[in-house]
Design a protein around this ligand. Structure first.
Ligand code: F6P
Length: 402
């Protein structure tokens, strides 16, 4: 079968390496041998600290320019050798930001189809978070945090000065790496691998996602909705039990809502996993009950019978006066999930959400009639574990507290 070279394109922190890994793994499932050739890895092993300085990326710095070109050539040679030895798809993972660099790749692989895959990320929140994370990498160990950040931002600015989006290249695919969607393409017709690559790009991949509801609160005990209550002692016990149950899992990220009960539930888990990152998303805040926030269900029945009747007639579509419906949640929960998955970059993650939020979250993975969504079982002592890759389709509910 004909070989293919895929060259990633995009500014730093746009999700290139994550997508490269997904491509390698997704193609492997189809029996296609793919390998990643990452310029950054060679650079770090050959040049170390010297290449961390932002000036190394200054297009006017001849030393840096030549060193980066040499690294690219070395990787091309490695990729060619690997293809000759039986590999099918070589994935060149680098910024490949300038048309000149891409022309160099086209020359080097003139005997093969060469598909450029450009990663775009225009979500400012995600970009900031990714950039902050990069400043925590071992490469910046000798910098203080602010200096590392500034250094990395300068590096990005240098890349921006030479970056041109794909256009004239023969075959390309432009991907919104935060939404798993294709923004444009010049299909690589003739390559038998192209349909599989497209499929991998648009598929939602979740290696290990744990969807947890916050522990019990006083409001839960009373049957009161919304608000920002704290956990009861039983709720805190549930949170500790959750941390215990997940202690054997390698958790990289814990996402919460901005509510106290969600933070309190995540706290023992974060103490158990000190290296895990955490972030609070408003997208995961509980369904806003508007005028009914803080009321008892029984009070709503008595004082606002039209609300109860409206919910009984169409719980999915009914919006609380001045508040939200389940239907309205879908978009924001989806945005939160995409952000979380992007930041986790394939690593295991936990989302500590709420009853309505988790119902909607689960239905982003499972097909379900809209009318059934508001009735999905979301206990406070069990979590859902989801793993959807091309090798495994798993959806399980795990108890963690009596
Ligand atoms: O009762 C807890 C709670 O999280 C409320 O804050 C929220 O309004 C409710 O669950 C959502 O569930 P339902 O739509 O079944 O009332």
């Amino acid at each position: 079968m004909r070989k293919l070279c895929v060259a990633m394109v995009g500014l730093p922190a746009r999700g290139k390496s994550t997508l490269a890994r997904r491509l390698r793994e997704g193609l492997a499932v189809e029996g296609i041998k793919a390998e990643i050739f990452n310029n950054g890895n060679i650079r770090r092993s050959l040049l170390g600290a010297e290449s961390t300085e932002a000036d190394f990326y200054n297009p006017d710095n001849a030393f840096g320019r030549e060193a980066r070109e040499m690294i690219c050539r070395r990787n091309i040679a490695l990729a060619r050798e690997w293809l000759k030895d039986g590999g099918d798809v070589a994935i060149m993972d680098a910024t490949n930001a300038s048309p000149a660099r891409r022309a160099m790749l086209e020359n080097a692989f003139s005997d093969l189809p060469l598909l450029f895959v450009e990663c775009v990320n225009e979500d400012k929140l995600l970009l900031d978070a990714c950039i902050r994370r990069k400043a925590d990498l071992p490469e910046y160990a000798s910098f203080d945090r602010e200096a590392a950040l500034e250094n990395f931002l300068t590096r990005i600015a240098y890349y921006e000065s030479i970056y041109r989006p794909l256009d004239r290249e023969k075959f390309w695919l432009r991907v919104d790496s935060t939404a798993n969607s294709i923004l444009g393409e010049k299909p690589c017709e003739g390559s038998p691998y192209y349909p599989a690559i497209r499929e991998i790009v648009v598929n939602f991949w979740v290696e290990n996602l744990f969807v947890v509801r916050h522990g019990e609160t006083e409001f839960n005990v009373q049957g009161r909705i919304g608000g920002d209550p704290m956990l009861t002692s039983r709720g805190r016990e549930q949170a500790r039990a959750l941390a215990g149950r997940l202690s054997g899992e390698s958790i990289d990220w814990v996402f919460t809502s901005t509510r106290l009960r969600s933070h309190e539930t995540a706290a023992p888990l974060l103490a158990e996993k000190p290296s895990a990152h955490t972030m609070a998303f408003k997208e995961f805040d509980e369904l806003w009950a508007g005028e009914c926030e803080g009321m008892l269900y029984s009070e709503i029945r008595e004082k606002m019978p039209e609300v109860t009747a409206g919910r009984n007639a169409d719980k999915y579509g009914y919006a609380y006066p001045g508040g939200e419906s389940y239907a309205m949640l879908r978009e924001r929960v989806q945005r939160g999930l995409r952000r979380a998955l992007f930041l986790a970059g394939g690593a295991p993650l936990v989302i500590v959400g709420h009853q309505a939020i988790n119902r909607v979250l689960l239905t982003l993975f499972l097909n379900c009639r809209k009318a059934d969504v508001p009735y999905i079982y979301i206990p406070q002592n069990q979590y859902y574990h989801i793993s959807l890759t091309s090798r495994r389709k798993l959806f399980e509910r795990i108890p963690f507290h009596g």
